[in-house]
Design a protein around this ligand. Structure first.
Ligand SMILES: [Zn+2]
Ligand SMILES: [Zn+2]
Length: 237
């Protein structure tokens, strides 16, 4: 049996990452656009204009930098050309995501299934997130594209590198926005592995298991919790 490229769990057939690590990717791809929006709000929008006249008079270049330049670079549009999906920490987020989309496309056969299970044949020369027929090479556009192609991403030889790249991005964003989604433990044990490791994460709809990666909707969890409590004759809390 093959192991997950990142831990001792067994991934689903043909994939390199276990469901726990796949869940992380799924959550991060939802979180990254939210974090980027926070960052833009916090650092770029307010007071985003240099104070007029600061350069005059003294002759010294003492004009305050209107925004944190690191943040501007992170949020900038951009593309890597031939350098591959390397990220030394200074690349625009959209470029890092786009480079990974390019890598996935290059290694992916021309058929994919969307999240509803419908098969689509797509050209594989390059990845192009689109909405309403318009190119959408933004952080949000790339994250949506990568979420749709997650089954292909986790089958890549470089799946663990993809995981680490997103991990790095998410950490960098959380550090800059001082915002980390909190996890709230659920009372009933996981129906798949029986451990008390179910959590709900802020901003995410699914309840998921930290240990085995099992995911369930809030309704499914409520049903499961009620059934669990009923078998134990415990008062529902
Ligand atoms: Zn794993
Ligand atoms: Zn579990």
């Amino acid at each position: 049996m093959t192991r997950c490229a990142l831990c001792p769990r067994t991934p689903p057939d043909g994939q390199r990452l276990c469901t726990v690590h796949q869940n992380d990717l799924h959550r991060w791809l939802t979180e990254i656009p939210e974090q980027a929006a926070l960052l833009a709000e916090e650092f770029v929008m307010p007071g985003g204009r240099p104070a007029a006249g600061r350069l005059g008079g003294t002759g010294r270049a003492t004009a305050p930098v209107p925004v944190d330049l690191r943040v501007l670079v992170l949020l900038a549009p951009g593309r890597y050309d031939d350098d591959g999906p390397d990220d030394d920490g200074t690349a625009p987020i959209a470029a890092v995501l786009g480079a990974w989309a390019g890598h996935i496309t290059y290694h992916h056969p021309a058929v994919h299934r969307d999240e509803y299970g419908t098969a689509h044949t797509v050209p594989c020369e390059h990845a192009a997130p689109r909405k309403d027929g318009r190119p959408r090479e933004t952080i949000t556009g790339w994250c949506a594209w990568l979420r749709a192609y997650l089954p292909a991403a986790v089958a890549l030889d470089l799946a663990a590198d993809f995981y680490r790249a997103l991990d790095t991005l998410v950490r960098r964003l959380r550090h800059l926005t001082h915002t980390t989604p909190q996890q709230h433990p659920r009372a009933a044990p996981c129906p798949a592995c029986d451990l008390c490791t179910l959590v709900r994460t802020d901003g995410h709809w699914h309840i998921h298991c930290l240990d085995c990666g099992h995911r369930m909707s809030p309704d499914e969890y409520q049903e499961h919790a009620a059934a669990y409590l009923a078998t134990r004759n415990l008062p529902e809390s």
